[in-house]
Design a protein around this ligand. Structure first.
Ligand code: GLN
Length: 224
């Protein structure tokens, strides 16, 4: 399994350190040519979303990454990364807009620019959560799973294979969120394998042999 980390600006090195610790392969994306390497998941780090958005366009990275996200590439956005994924941004402009939430940029105001708390993440226990000029999620659409809340605001969500946190788990020693992301990638790979074997099964059946999934194949063939 290989993870690509967008490394245009911000806290990308810390994600790499965490993935190294977990034994996951990773490399950095800085320019278009880097996208020629295959990868199974993408990390959009914290930093400054407006700067990253501009660099994504200037370096011609936006379109190829957008199309990978639309194809269901697993992605993990932290803080500014969450803002790059959000469909709606209060106090800013959406970028990829693939995550069905409204995120409020710089949501905590000046007095609380940076703070630290411990809250549950996805029922996996309490984890440390550093917030730095962070957004929070004002509204998540019905099919989005809320994984964490802090101070009555949504701060971590999952939608299909998209994971986003308003806080920075890569700045703590706690690997829970990164491990969750790696599990998510594995889940998608397994799902794709099932898909593949289903299609292969259909081909075998259409060639005339008996298939244990014949009912399913029939439905698919009829729909075609
Ligand atoms: N406030 C930043 C932005 O608007 C996000 C801060 C962060 O990523 N720590 O992009």
């Amino acid at each position: 399994m290989t993870i690509a980390i967008l490394a245009l600006q911000g806290a990308f090195a810390e994600h790499k350190a965490m993935l190294d610790r977990l034994g996951a392969n990773c490399f950095e994306i800085r320019k278009l040519q880097d996208l020629s390497r295959p990868f199974d998941g993408l990390i959009l780090p914290g930093g400054e979303s407006t700067v990253m958005k501009k660099l994504l366009r200037d370096l011609y990275l936006f379109d190829p990454l957008f199309s990978k996200l639309q194809d269901g590439l697993p992605v993990f956005g932290t803080c500014a990364g969450l803002l790059l994924l959000a469909k709606r941004v209060t106090g800013g402009e959406p970028c990829f807009g693939t995550l069905s939430v409204t995120a409020r940029r710089n949501a905590y105001g000046r007095q609380l620019e940076s703070f630290y708390t411990n809250q549950d993440f996805g029922g996996l226990g309490s984890i440390p959560m550093p917030f730095i000029r962070a957004p929070y999620i004002e509204q998540a659409d019905d099919f989005v799973t809320v994984l964490s809340q802090a101070d009555n605001h949504i701060v971590a969500v999952r939608e299909q294979y998209q994971l986003a946190t308003a806080f920075h788990p890569e700045l703590t020693g706690d690997p829970t969120v990164h491990r969750y992301f790696l599990d998510m990638i594995e889940e998608r790979a397994n799902q794709q394998m099932t898909h593949l074997s289903f299609h292969q099964d259909c081909k075998t059946w259409q060639a005339g042999s008996l298939s244990p999934k014949m009912g399913l194949c029939l439905t698919k063939t009829e729909n075609n």
